[in-house]
Design a protein around this ligand. Structure first.
Ligand code: GAP
Length: 441
């Protein structure tokens, strides 16, 4: 792991963001659990996706499909046949790694130091994670934990058309877990076996011009959304896939990439022109007609799908890498997360200047109760001295802290300290909600 990635992973464990899955039993590779602060951060990112892609629009519906789906769905979508990665086996220790990942190959070769690793021929390996459902072996049916959340939307296309009567173009958005038996899970949250996706399937009339315009629109919309998480201009870019890089369902594909500290430009998000691939295949395999009747033109056709597909955990990882900062403040080195206030897990923390002065503690609790009603992600802290409390909040990215001191008891003002500059200002208590409203805009 590179140095910054290691520091972020260590901060995540130390401060209750993210832990190795089932750690006390030795951990499970490519599986992570989110602690209290990580869950808040992830929730804020998902909420921001839901607001912008679904809630604030009148042409997109939200839905939430099941994780388990029958084998037939994945045959129709092409995943049982084509959702594969090339795998090679080390002839010395029999460990298997992805053949198309030079970092995985060189990391493995480094383990054997002087011995020359002889690799087997590359084989294809299917990434779907399967299971059986049913009480007896004879009747149990093969199911798969979804390899992408997408198929839950496509198989419900007719249900949504019949119940909501949308006019094209319209979209269906969803957030949820996906599972892939990745050969080489690596780089902390970057490549996991269980992860979360946030997606939009946007259905349009099949037409080359309309397809191009919708593709351009969603590419830019997704990039703007990503910038809204707080990235520097130069750290994001759009890159088109070469034809041999595209997934089996894509006519055109672009990635939003992040300039990562650990391996240069890495995929954050995919925008795919899926054409009529999914609805057509599900029509064929299910024998249910998934074409759309266009009232205006009196035509019946299978719509095309423009897809925006982002990884929630990758957004969490890239946001943390982008925000991770070290500087000197008051003659001391400090670590802080320069998180956009909108997604910070704690928006503000309220402290009494001294823990052993009951009048300060009581007043600080009053201010905390007042703020908590307006801003649920508010925290109270009276542990250790004030300097340590500021450092702890800086490390978890709290944008602004409120301290109740002796002057507060006289004039109802508090100090408000800014995370990035360390500067403190006095504010009237009754003006605090206005201050935070502005900060969160
Ligand atoms: N429905 C389209 C689809 O799933 P994808 O490019 O395979 O496309 C979309 O995945 C996004 O999901 C990626 O851009 C990435 O952010 C995230 N993702 C994919 N595989 C992942 C993994 N193993 N671990 C974490 N995130 C992953």
């Amino acid at each position: 792991m590179d140095n910054k990635l290691e520091k972020v992973a260590s901060l995540c464990k130390r401060r209750g963001f993210i832990f190795q899955g089932s750690e006390i039993y030795g951990g499970l590779s490519g599986i992570y659990d989110y602690g209290p602060l990580g869950t808040e951060l992830r929730h804020n990112i998902k909420q921001y996706f839901w607001d912008k892609f679904i809630g604030e629009r009148d042409d997109v519906y939200g839905m939430s499909a099941a994780i388990l789906m029958p084998e037939r769905v994945w045959e129709a979508s092409g995943h049982t046949e084509l959702f594969t990665d090339p795998l090679v086996e080390c002839k010395i220790c029999h460990e298997r790694v992805r053949a198309d990942q030079p970092e995985a190959i060189s990391d493995h070769e480094a383990k054997h130091k002087k011995d020359k690793v002889e690799w087997s021929e590359a084989k294809v390996f299917n990434l779907l994670v399967g299971s059986k459902l049913g009480a007896s072996e004879a009747t149990a049916s093969q199911v798969y934990l979804r390899g992408e959340i997408t198929q839950g939307v496509h198989v419900n296309f007719k249900n949504i058309v019949d119940s909501m009567h949308p006019k094209l173009p319209f979209g269906i958005g969803q957030i949820g877990k996906a599972f892939r038996n990745e050969i080489t899970p690596r780089d902390f949250l970057f490549r996991q076996r269980e992860f979360e996706q946030m997606e939009l399937q946007y259905y349009i009339k099949p037409d080359e011009e309309k397809g191009k315009a919708a593709f351009e629109y969603w590419k830019n919309f997704a990039l703007d959304w990503y910038y809204g998480l707080g990235f520097k201009k130069e750290n994001l870019r759009l890159r088109q896939h070469a034809p041999d890089e595209r997934a089996h369902y894509a006519k055109d594909a672009w990635d939003i990439e992040y300039n990562s500290s650990f391996a240069g430009w890495k995929e954050a998000w995919g925008i795919h022109h899926r054409g009529d691939w999914d609805l057509k295949r599900h029509s064929e395999y299910s024998k249910v007609d998934l074409s759309y009747y266009d009232e205006e033109s009196k035509e019946k056709y299978i719509p095309w799908d423009i897809e925006c597909s982002g990884g929630v955990d990758r957004a969490v990882l890239f946001v943390l890498l982008e925000a991770y900062s070290e500087d000197e403040l008051g003659g001391e080195t400090r670590t802080f997360l320069k998180l956009n206030p909108k997604i910070a897990p704690v928006k503000t923390a309220v402290f009494p200047l001294l823990k052993n002065k009951p009048e300060l503690v009581a007043k600080a609790k009053d201010v905390y109760t007042l703020l908590k009603k307006e801003i649920p992600q508010t925290m109270f802290d009276d542990n250790g001295n004030i300097g340590k409390r500021y450092r702890r909040q800086d490390e978890i990215g709290t944008p602004s802290c409120v301290t109740v001191d002796f002057q507060t008891l006289e004039d109802n003002t508090v100090t408000v300290r800014d995370r990035d500059t360390g500067k403190q200002e006095r504010h009237k208590i009754e003006e605090l909600d206005e201050h935070f409203r502005k900060m969160l805009k």
